[in-house]
Write a protein that binds this ligand. Structure first.
Ligand code: GLN
Ligand code: ZN
Length: 759
């Protein structure tokens, strides 16, 4: 009998209950009791939904982030966050402040970065050579208690010691691995405590196994699992986000009770590893196969999967466990409420709840025979056949355009130095030009208006008028502040990817397909299902209206092809590269239309370029080549005196700085303030050739940076880069912030620019 389980369930709630509970708690509108009650209700509902599985995950829920939870469990919150109630310390670590903190008590929030190659952001654990750990198991033990009361069969979930250290950052340059001997005793204690609760299985997530591991990290795996061998419940070691590849033997030989591997990210390697493990694992160990893709929203092709699984099931019996490839955190909750999705497209999709149903269908087919689920199998096969042959998916003219892409398409007419000269003459900007990244605060009013328009409660004309008013307001504020390059504020955009997807052919939209991005922030990735084309201009009207209100240059604002790709659910029936080129051609048309309409500066955001980077080094260059080429195709068809900006955020760029340079944007603005300008280290070895604006205002925190702090950050930057190539800007868009703090921060930013210009 194949055993069914799940690695994790989306925690935000069918109607984003967690988001709203968090935000109202942070704003002081509700108390901690309300927040915790909502959280408990969500857990209960989610365990119920998973009750058809043999094991339900417990501990996958989080009020903010699972890495932060692990930091709490290990007693590793930054000292500056501690004080008051536990929940205060928790949110202070996450966001820089707790609801009751007065303004002056703000601390800087922990650094946030992408969780492997996903669009989820975790809070980076902070370590130094003196870090001490201590066990705080209350959250996990409490949730296990809840699960038992509710009749679940709990499998506890934690992040393993190696991945925890692997994703940490030491503030003093020491080696995180030196802390392993100090960390493992706390894991031992945790495992012992869990064993004492009569818990049978513990899922230990070690996705670091899907990365290239140097010898010392491999050794850390061996040391860790030997040290933990005699402790705790049975251990299921989980690797996901890719095959094991050269970590195969390492993983197979670790002394644990079961191993979970990802069989779908790279299906050939994954399946090969599964077959090899079925023979290689000692007979008492279980093998868990991630066979339902936890990263996409497509139905699984069940018949070929069963063809492959049946012999393994024969061979392994109840040593075979089946699950989604990774936590379902990365897919939306359920298709059930999606009444507006086109029926045919919907029949091709599976969200979290449906993925669990697929898993149960697979389980039933293996355990009770295919005939026991013949209806489900047949409708699955039919839906996928329709998708394969649909002319809504396959459009010959788009494929012909992609085939027509040639080398020259991505080249600017002249080298940067010549262009920069022409742009200087045209734009007449001061030294240290100031600008913002695009969005201004999205007030409740704005969101309300967009919603009413979407619901058909407002006429096109009313909506336009309102948006124009917002743009006018935003421009007046920017002029009053004295910013040099203005933006229209993006009030019309709900989301920087969805906005474009909505206007492109080949995209579809869910109503409730929310996926957690970080904390209470969710995104609703559009679904790229078919060949892409742009029926008409997408942003030209707003940008031109905005430009008509000011003499300052107005930045046109687009999302780049790589980011649209990486923040969408994309096709699994063609290489990502091909989808990206299709997007690049569509954005190129928009860029040229903006230029023709008189917009002199165009920013093409590639916030997500870095996150598409494959986890394995050997696969990176190929990705970077087509990603950079896609940006170049989109951006570089313009005249020399049109200034192209790009913007990137949230992650480490140092290792891809040469690819970023190859994009050849005239100006890049980049997130750095959370990592305290660490990014600039990259410029020690690499001479970045074009203009750059290192973000000097951390927009993830409500704190207002002082002008002295900004001046000092910029002076640091000017030690590495020529001052005449530096811009001053926040590190990302301002849409989540309030006007009051934004105005205060930008005021300080502009005044910092004045100080810098003065000497
Ligand atoms: N232009 C976008 C904004 O300002 C960029 C957002 C981002 O990089 N994530 O909102
Ligand atoms: Zn950004």
């Amino acid at each position: 009998m194949a055993i069914l389980h799940n690695l994790g369930f989306p925690r935000i709630g069918a109607s984003r209950e967690l988001k709203f509970a968090l935000e109202s708690y942070w704003q002081g509108q509700t108390g901690s009791d309300d927040l915790l009650a909502t959280a408990a209700k969500l857990r209960e509902r989610h365990w119920q939904l998973q009750s058809g599985l043999d094991w339900q995950p417990v501990g996958d829920f989080s009020l903010y982030d699972q890495m932060l939870d692990m930091s709490v469990t290990l007693g590793n919150l930054p000292a500056r966050a501690l004080g008051g109630k536990d929940l205060d310390s928790y949110f202070r670590a996450a966001r820089g402040r707790a609801p009751d903190d007065s303004d002056c008590q703000c601390k800087h929030a922990a650094e946030m970065t992408k969780w492997f190659d996903t669009n989820y952001h975790y809070l980076v654990p902070e370590l130094d050579a003196n870090s001490q750990f201590a066990l705080y198991p209350a959250r996990l033990l409490g949730e296990l208690g809840e699960a038992k009361v509710q009749g679940a069969r709990p499998k506890a979930v934690i992040i393993g010691p190696v991945t925890y250290l692997y994703l940490s950052k030491t503030k003093d340059g020491s080696d995180a691995l030196d802390l392993l001997p100090r960390l493992l005793p706390v894991y031992q204690q945790l495992l012992d405590r869990l064993a004492a609760t009569s818990l049978e299985w513990l899922q230990i997530d070690e996705p670091a196994l899907a990365c290239d591991l140097d010898e010392d990290w491999q050794q850390a795996f061996i040391d860790s699992y030997r040290t933990l061998e005699k402790h705790g419940p049975k251990k299921l070691l989980c690797s996901y986000f890719g095959p094991l590849l050269e970590n195969f033997t390492l993983a197979a030989e670790l002394p644990v009770d079961g191993l979970h591997i990802d069989c779908v990210s790279q299906p050939e390697e994954g399946r090969r590893e599964a077959v090899a493990l079925a023979t290689a694992l000692p007979p008492e160990r279980i093998l868990s196969l991630g066979v339902i893709n936890g990263r996409n929203i497509w139905k699984t092709d069940l018949l070929p999967l069963l063809d492959w699984l049946e012999p393994l099931s024969q061979q392994l019996g109840d040593r075979l466990w089946l699950a989604p490839s990774c936590s379902l955190l990365h897919v939306p909750y359920s298709l059930e409420e999606e009444t507006q999705l086109d029926g045919e497209l919907k029949s091709w999709l599976a969200f979290a709840v449906e993925k669990l149903t697929e898993l149960q269908t697979v389980g039933a087919a293996l355990n009770r025979g295919r005939s026991s689920v013949s209806h489900a199998l047949q409708s699955n096969t039919e839906a996928l056949a329709r998708r394969r042959h649909s002319n809504r998916v396959h459009k010959p003219e788009v494929q012909a355009a992609v085939n027509g892409i040639h080398r020259g398409l991505g080249n600017r007419q002249s080298p940067f130095a010549d262009r920069a000269e022409q742009q200087r003459r045209l734009l007449q900007l001061p030294r240290f030009p100031t600008t913002t990244i695009g969005s201004f605060p999205q007030t409740a009013d704005i969101r309300q208006f967009r919603l009413r328009y979407k619901r058909g409660e407002l006429s096109e004309q009313q909506y336009r008028q309102y948006m124009q008013q917002e743009i006018a307001y935003c421009i007046a504020e920017q002029e009053a502040l004295g910013l040099d390059v203005l933006v229209h504020g993006e009030a019309e955009r709900n989301d920087m990817v969805e906005y474009f997807g909505q206007q492109l052919d080949g995209y579809a939209f869910s109503q409730y397909g929310w996926v957690q991005s970080y904390g209470s922030r969710c995104v609703k990735p559009p679904i790229l299902f078919g060949d892409i084309s742009r029926p008409s201009a997408m942003t030209v009207e707003w940008s031109c209206f905005a430009q008509s209100l000011t003499d300052k240059p107005m930045k046109g604002m687009l999302t780049g092809p790589v980011t649209i790709l990486n923040w969408s659910f994309v096709r699994d029936d063609q290489p990502r590269r091909d989808s990206c080129y299709q997007l690049a051609l569509a954005i190129r048309q928009e860029v040229l239309d903006l230029e023709a309409a008189g917009i002199r500066i165009i920013q093409i955001d590639e916030a997500a370029l870095r996150e598409g980077l494959p986890l394995r080094r050997a696969q990176r260059q190929e990705y970077l080549d087509w990603a950079v080429e896609s940006f170049r195709i989109a951006a570089n068809g313009v005249r020399d005196d049109t200034q192209i900006h790009t913007h990137m955020c949230y992650s480490e760029f140092n290792d891809i700085i040469d690819s970023i340079a190859r994009m050849d944007a005239d100006v890049i603005t980049i997130e750095t303030s959370r990592s305290e300008l660490e990014l600039l280290d990259a410029f020690d070895d690499f001479n970045y050739p074009n203009d750059i604006g290192p973000g000097v205002y951390d927009i993830h925190s409500p704190n207002v940076p002082s002008s002295e702090a900004i001046v000092s950050l910029m002076r640091k930057a000017a030690e590495k880069l020529p001052a005449e190539r530096l811009w001053i800007n926040p590190d990302c868009g301002l849409k989540t912030r309030g006007w009051k703090e934004v105005l205060a921060a930008l005021q300080n930013m502009v005044s910092a620019a004045h100080q810098l210009r003065a000497g």
